[in-house]
Structure formats: C-alpha cells, structure tokens
Design a protein around this ligand. Structure first.
Ligand SMILES: O=C(O)C(=O)C[C@@H](O)[C@H](O)[C@H](O)COP(=O)(O)O
Length: 430
C-alpha cells in the first residue's frame, strides 16, 4: 500500500494513497491517537452500498468487534424531504459490546445537501446517545462533503468533542472539505452558517474511491483544485490547464499529483491560520459569489460548479479595485478557459436576480458589518492574505456583466453523470 502523509495541524494528518480503505479499522488505535471503544460510521445511501460493507468487513476481520449494522430505509426517503436518519427510533434493540468491549455502529443519511441540517445532526446525536456512546467514541465520516461536514460538526459538539476520521469519497471532499477541520450544517438562512472548527484525527484520501464517481462528480472537485492552483500553486494550475482530458480520465500519475498538491496546499494554509484570521480566507476565493449562486441554484448546480462561476467573476475584482495586480485580461482568460475545459460553468447563471444574490452574499462569513469582503487574487498563484472590502455596486456590476456575457453564449449544460438524479438526493459535496 503506497501512501504519503501530509501533516495538517497538531496531530491531524492526511494519508494520501490507494488501497487505504481496508486498513482503516486496524489503524484506529491509541498508538494513532484514537482511544475509542465505540466506532460510529456515518454514510449516505449512495455511498454506503459502494463502500460501507467493505469497511464493516474490515472491522469484522479485526475480531472482537460487535457490529450493529442498521438497515437502510430508502423507501421512506420521499416522505422525508429534510433528510432522514436510520436506526434512531427509541427502543431499538441495544447491541452488546464484544468481548474486548468494542462496538461498531452504522448510520445512514439520505444523500444530498438537505441532510446537512439541524434535524439530521440531532438524529445522529440521539442515535449515539441511545447506544450509550460517550467520549471514547470515534466517528467515521464515509462520504462526500455533506457527510464530512455533518459528522465533523456532530463530533465537535457530542459530549463537547469526540475524535473523528474522514474517509472522503467525492473529489471535492478529498481535495478540499475533508481537510482543515471546518465543520458545519446549513440553515434556512444559508450554507455552513452554524458549525465549528474541529480537526479530524486523520483523513484517508484513498484515490481508488474516485473510480466510482461520474464525470460530473469528478469535475466538480477539480474546480477546487483549479482554485488552489490559482490562489497559491502555479504549477498545479498549469498541470490542470494542460491536461484536462487526462485528468478527467483519472490518468493515475496526473490525478495523484492533482490530489496531492491540492491537499498539501490546503494543509499548508490551515497550519498557518486554522481559524481564518487571514490567510485561510484565500481558500474562500470564488466562494463569495459562488455560495450566493449555490444558495439559489442548489441542487441543480453542484458546489464546485457554482464556485467555478464565482472564481471567474471574482477574478475581475483586482482590476476594478485598483489593487496592484498582474492578473491581466490574458490571465483572466486562461483561468476561465481552464475551468471551461473541464466543462465547468464560467458565468453567473442566467435568470438569477442580482438583488437576491446580494441578499445571500450579506451573510458571507468574511464580511464585517455591512461591508462585503472578498478574497482577491492578483496573479496566477498569488492572492492577498486578508479579504478586501468590495463596494456593493462593484459586486453587482461583476455579476451582471458575467451573467450578460454568459447569456450571449449557448447555455451551460453539465456533464452527463450520476448526479443527473441530484434533485432526488444525489451525492453532493459541501
Ligand atoms: O477550508 C476553507 O477555509 C475554505 O474556505 C475551503 C472552501 O473551499 C470550502 O468550501 C469551505 O467549506 C467553505 O467554508 P465557508 O467558511 O465559506 O463556509
């Protein structure tokens, strides 16, 4: 099993490689900083059938672990639009720990962003309380960004904090959301507005798990890799710019480089600024506009697709702000062309109301008072460590112009992919 280790902050680390899944249970030990007698795997009903049983089998093969594998109730899903939780009904038969006191619980949520909510968080907590989980419980997030952010937030607050492990299965989660300890749920007012910083003990970035993604799902995460290249790793940007077809075909050497560089870039930033006092805000490039688009277009558009459009629009800002910049027209075009070469959208979608976008933007976490603050990239590979104030009219102008330019072109259509069924609750990254 070839793998590389990237240290993040404190004891938190990312293991990047292939064939990692089967080894996870044997590594969740005190020697690796995990003192647990109970393990709770949380996954969604898209990912679980693909990888859940394999992970459970790996636990079983250790011996001495009692497995309480709660059955899926997928048929119930349609009647529970806010996401649903399985196995949390009171009075469920309580499993008995194995001889050495180890117990494995499993819990599934409905796939899709709707599960990243207060209700599902509470359902997981109640399930864990029902099964007498306490502080020697380790949670395992097996899934994309929704599951990762949700489990991370439960782990941050359950009994004031228990350890958790991320096993990302989407490209966005692997490249970005599983690393760095931002955990959150969505609330009606917006995305990721309630959460905590809580670092996973370890992230298993097993690139074999990317093989089950559709093209659209893969490309969605590549948007975050392009972002990382533009904000601080020019060589990553150039690699992505030069090789879209090979990256989308999961050419092993290239995809490994893209994953490794993206994760390393994120780890370097988080190590210097865990709580987003400055530098970490550079990771939020494209997210001011991107999150506003997402708030209005999800689930028809995926997170990375909204971020791609947001990045290209925000690339216009340094010129207009009069900040010293080298991001000339030619470089802005290179950035836009790079996103487009992966089939990602590069314009604010037509038909959205600028006023509504501005309203969504008002709750961006980088803002101070009524001032919109935005991450500014001044060259390919260079970004300003502190978000900069942007006048509202300028924000409105870049979005309207982006939308008008897009309206002159054929309408963007996503790649064919598994997430065509997204509206019914497909796998979706945070
Ligand atoms: O890790 C970060 O910091 C980021 O901003 C990375 C983003 O790509 C990611 O989408 C993050 O979850 C967004 O965070 P938020 O603070 O804007 O909710």
């Amino acid at each position: 099993m070839a793998r590389r280790e990237i240290r993040v902050i404190g004891e938190s680390k990312v293991l990047v490689g292939r064939g990692l899944l089967a080894h996870i249970p044997s590594e969740l030990t005190p020697a690796n900083g995990i003192h647990a007698s109970k393990f709770v795997i949380v996954s969604d009903d898209n990912v679980w059938p693909l990888y859940g049983p394999r992970l459970v089998d790996a636990f079983r093969s250790l011996g001495g672990v009692t497995v309480h594998d709660v059955a899926s109730e997928a048929a119930d899903r349609a009647s529970r639009p806010m996401g649903f939780a399985m196995g949390c009904s009171c009075g469920a038969d309580e499993p008995v720990e194995g001889e050495d006191g180890k117990l494995l619980l499993t819990f599934q949520v409905a796939a899709g962003e709707a599960s990243k909510c207060r209700e599902v968080k509470a359902a997981i907590e109640d399930f864990m309380l029902l099964h007498r989980c306490n502080r020697d419980t380790c949670m395992i997030a097996l899934g994309g960004g929704v599951v990762g952010d949700l489990v991370g937030y439960v782990a941050a607050t359950f009994m004031r904090g228990v350890p958790y492990v991320q096993v990302p299965t989407s490209s966005t989660a692997m490249i970005d959301s599983s690393v760095g300890g931002k955990t959150a749920i969505n609330v009606p007012a917006g995305k990721n507005l309630i959460g905590a910083f809580h670092q996973p003990v370890v992230v298993y970035a097993d690139m074999d798990l990317l093989a089950t993604l559709g093209r659209r799902e893969l490309v969605e995460g590549i948007a975050e890799a392009i972002k990382m290249g533009v904000i601080r790793i020019p060589s990553l940007f150039e690699l992505l710019e030069a090789n879209p077809e090979q990256v989308m075909a999961l050419e092993p050497k290239l995809i490994e480089q893209v994953m490794y560089d993206s994760i390393r870039g994120k780890a370097e930033v988080v190590a210097q600024d865990e709580r987003e006092a400055g530098l970490r805000s550079t990771l939020n490039w494209g997210h001011t506009i991107g999150h506003a688009i997402e708030a209005l277009k999800s689930p028809a558009m995926m997170h990375g697709e909204c971020i791609a459009a947001g990045c290209v629009a925000e690339a216009e800002l340094p010129l207009r702000l009069g900040i010293p910049w080298q991001l000339d027209r030619a470089k802005i075009k290179r950035i836009a062309d790079c996103f487009a070469s992966y089939g990602l959208p590069i314009h604010v979608p037509r038909g959205l109301s600028i006023e509504q976008l501005m309203r969504k933007m008002a709750l961006d976490k980088k803002n101070r008072g009524n001032t919109i603050k935005c991450t500014i990239v001044t060259d390919i590979g260079v970004s300003i460590a502190q978000p900069q104030p942007v006048p509202r009219e300028m924000m409105q102008a870049v979005m309207s112009e982006s939308m008008a330019e897009g309206a002159r072109l054929p309408e963007w259509v996503p790649h064919e992919g598994k997430v065509k069924a997204q509206a019914a609750g497909g796998q979706m990254a945070s």
